[in-house]
Design a protein around this ligand. Structure first.
Ligand code: URA
Length: 280
């Protein structure tokens, strides 16, 4: 495969990528460049603008179309979720009936990957393929996610843990309702607490808004383009926001910005894709 063309207007620094990584970036559809703005390390990461770094679930609307009670004051489907081990958590997700999404699912999709990974990827919700297979990001968006990971020298099995904000497929892939996010939020929090990742990559608006709730003022009103491009701290952990792969399939022009976000995340971790095994 030929190396991808470097756009001179964006090629700020050429990166000495090996053949495989160039091929992966080409698969991602991204010109090879290294963003100039990457100077911030995890230690220097901008603190959240609000003092409390705790993550709050989004408030539930009064008229949320879910059968189970889901209010802003009772966002936890099961208050014991915070105590569950991996097996019990997986079982709780697979048998969850806390909102109406359980009625249409073939499979709940807890997550997959390395449960001790440094990287955690958080997406939005399962789609058709994910609902069929019970695994996250196994459809077309997942193929692009795998290409993004490969461009960073990572694989989903060995190097990352992948989860979604919502564990059951919304009908016709509609946006998750705030009450559904609120009900599912404790599952994601428990996954984060169990994995203890060094960095979370939030893909798409729902992942970003869910993870940054209580950290970024009025985060629900901010489009993704305003949230990306910096390293947040949530419970002391760096969080980087980028575009959702499904969006990138529709808007490939934003793949370059996504690569910049991935570079920002790698820089925050002090991770070098050229020497991935040398990471600490
Ligand atoms: N989109 C997501 O956000 N998650 C998946 O698992 C699949 C598609």
């Amino acid at each position: 495969m030929n190396p991808p063309t470097v756009d001179p207007t964006t090629a700020l620094h050429s990166l000495q990528l090996d053949e495989r990584q160039r091929a992966m970036l080409a698969a991602m559809g991204t010109p090879v460049w290294w963003p100039e703005a990457i100077t911030e390390t995890a230690a220097e990461a901008k603190p959240a603008t609000l003092a409390p770094a705790t993550v709050r679930p989004a408030p539930a609307p009064a008229a949320a179309p879910v059968p189970a009670p889901a209010t802003a004051t009772a966002p936890t489907a099961n208050p014991a979720i915070g105590d569950l081990d991996w097996d019990a958590l997986t079982e709780a997700i697979q048998s969850c009936q806390a909102c109406g999404l359980c009625q249409g699912r073939q499979n709940a999709v807890p997550g997959m990957g390395n449960r001790s990974a440094r990287w955690m990827i958080v997406g939005e919700a399962p789609g058709e393929q994910e609902d069929k297979q019970g695994l996250p990001f196994v459809g077309p968006a997942g193929q692009l996610l795998d290409a993004m990971l490969a461009a960073m020298g990572l694989t989903r099995e060995a190097d990352v843990y992948i989860a979604n904000v919502i564990k059951c497929r919304p009908p016709h892939n509609r946006n998750p309702e705030p009450a559904e996010v609120a009900q599912c939020r404790p599952y994601l929090q428990r996954q984060i607490d169990l994995v203890q990742p060094d960095l979370i990559l939030a893909l798409g608006r729902f992942a970003a808004q869910t993870l940054l709730a209580g950290v970024v003022p009025d985060v629900d009103k901010l489009p993704l383009g305003k949230l990306r491009g910096q390293v947040y701290r949530v419970d002391g952990r760096p969080v980087v926001v980028s575009y959702h792969p499904a969006y990138l399939l529709r808007s490939p022009a934003d793949k370059g910005k996504t690569w910049a976000d991935l570079c920002l995340a790698m820089d925050a971790l002090g991770y070098n894709p050229l020497t991935p095994s040398a990471e600490t």
